[in-house]
Ligand binder design. Structure first.
Ligand code: C2O
Ligand code: CU
Ligand code: CU
Length: 436
């Protein structure tokens, strides 16, 4: 669905339904009957109107992950609650200089986010490039994972899996199992990949083709970089160029160890290894096409490494034994507190640049996400890193300290930051920020 004359109006209906997932018939959750939901194509400066209808059994709402839009009122407001049977009209206005890239949408009603996203409620948003990058074709790959039981229902999730972050045993690309893609030798393709998994990390490798990274989330390098692999934490997106050579290339996720519960679960804690998976194959045959010229430099966004910092804060992400939960259940906190929608945890001044130190005081990685205002990764464990200038999910490895900078520009209002292992978010690892 693409905008016309600066405007896109869509109706999204969240409902249960029968769909084909991989090689199975499944009962899942869908936007407009499909998994993924419709792709929304916008341009900077556009206005997007979404009427969200809730035909689920539980409350829901909508979040436009990564878009730089107002968090207030009927904008990207995570505090809206749409009851079953109700509808809500969202209005999003993209600034005229909104960064191009791939974004996504999913529900954000605290307590049911992991179940609803794992159930199938997600879709992509593309903000087009002002100057198109030349490619033979563009592919959008939304990667999700789910476990189905014997009758094709979404499988129950154990309390242990909710603590560790669930990983489904079907890993799907646009709802399909290991799709086969076709191309001719020498073609350059544009791939936009979304990690829509609840907890699974994707260490993407493409063997048998040239892989170049244009950017992550809304951030871009000044020119595409040749890479061997790209790590996408849950919620991250990659903007890629793939140049084919004759033969078969395979898109795989290599294993990624995201830690464990460090004995907190009592007895030997199971680990959380995102295992190796074959995601898709690319069959390259036929007559070779002439090579396209290298992609020229992209306009560089503001680099916050040289910006004056007006405030510094430290946010500590921790897992511990929940006192009030009868023991045995883990608590997920930021600076010692679980999420409370009625409390403001952090206030920032509009127009300021802040530096946040994200401390992971636990034996498991936490991918930290901030709505509305992107982060620039500066340093990991005291070592400076060179990263894309704008990311909305930054991984904070187990027992690590990560420094980011954030420009709180353009918008005021309340929003949230949280761990994008959605089970952790639903268990309380989320805070409220107010920008004034
Ligand atoms: Cu993709 Cu607050 O989430
Ligand atoms: Cu988000
Ligand atoms: Cu987490």
């Amino acid at each position: 669905l693409a905008s016309k004359a600066g405007r896109l109006r869509v109706r999204l209906t969240a409902a249960g339904g029968r769909v084909r997932l991989g090689d199975r018939d499944a009962s899942a959750l869908t936007f407009n009957g499909g998994i993924p939901g419709p792709t929304l194509r916008l341009k900077a400066g556009d206005r997007l109107s979404v009427r969200l209808r809730n035909e689920l059994q539980d409350p829901t709402n909508l979040h436009v992950h990564g878009l730089h839009v107002s968090p207030e009122g009927s904008g990207d407001n995570p505090f809206v609650m749409v009851e079953p049977g109700d509808a809500f009209d969202y209005e999003y206005e993209l600034p005229a200089d909104h960064p191009p890239g791939v974004y996504w949408y999913h529900p954000h009603h605290h307590g049911t986010v992991a179940d609803q996203v794992a159930g199938g409620l997600f879709g992509a948003i593309i903000v087009e490039d002002p100057e198109p990058i030349e490619a033979a074709r563009e592919r959008l790959l939304l990667i999700s994972d789910v476990s189905l039981d014997g009758s094709g229902q979404i499988a129950d999730v154990s309390p242990m899996a909710r603590m560790l972050g669930r990983e489904g045993d079907l890993v799907l690309v646009n709802g399909r199992l290991t799709p086969r893609l076709a191309a001719r030798p020498g073609e350059r393709e544009r791939w936009r990949v979304v990690n829509a998994c609840v907890s699974r990390y994707l260490r993407l490798r493409l063997d048998g083709a040239r892989l170049q990274l244009i950017g992550i989330d809304s951030g871009r390098f000044s020119s595409p970089r040749d890479v061997d692999e790209v790590l996408l934490a849950p919620g991250n997106r990659a903007d890629l160029l793939v140049t084919t050579t004759a033969g078969t290339a395979s898109l795989r996720a290599a294993p990624y160890d995201r830690g464990d519960a460090g004995g907190m679960m009592g007895g030997g804690s199971p680990g959380t290894l995102s295992g190796a998976v074959l995601l898709a194959t690319l069959a390259v045959e036929g007559e070779a096409v002439p090579a396209l010229p290298e992609v020229s430099a992209q306009p560089a966004p503001r680099d916050l490494r040289s910006a004056p910092v007006t405030a510094r804060r430290e946010l500590t992400f921790a897992m511990g034994m929940g006192a009030g939960m009868g023991g045995g259940m883990m608590s997920f906190t930021i600076n010692g507190r679980e999420f409370d929608a009625g409390r403001v945890d952090t206030t920032a001044a509009e127009g300021s640049v802040e530096e946040w130190t994200l401390v992971n005081d636990s034996p498991m990685d936490h991918p930290v996400h901030l709505h509305v205002w992107p982060m620039q990764l500066i340093e990991v464990n005291g070592r400076e890193v060179e990263a894309v200038p704008r990311q909305d999910v930054v991984n904070v490895p187990a027992r690590s300290r990560v420094r980011v900078r954030i420009a709180f520009d353009r918008f005021t209002g309340r929003s949230v930051y949280h761990c994008h292992i959605l089970d952790h978010e639903d268990n309380g690892m989320m805070g409220v920020i107010e920008v004034r």
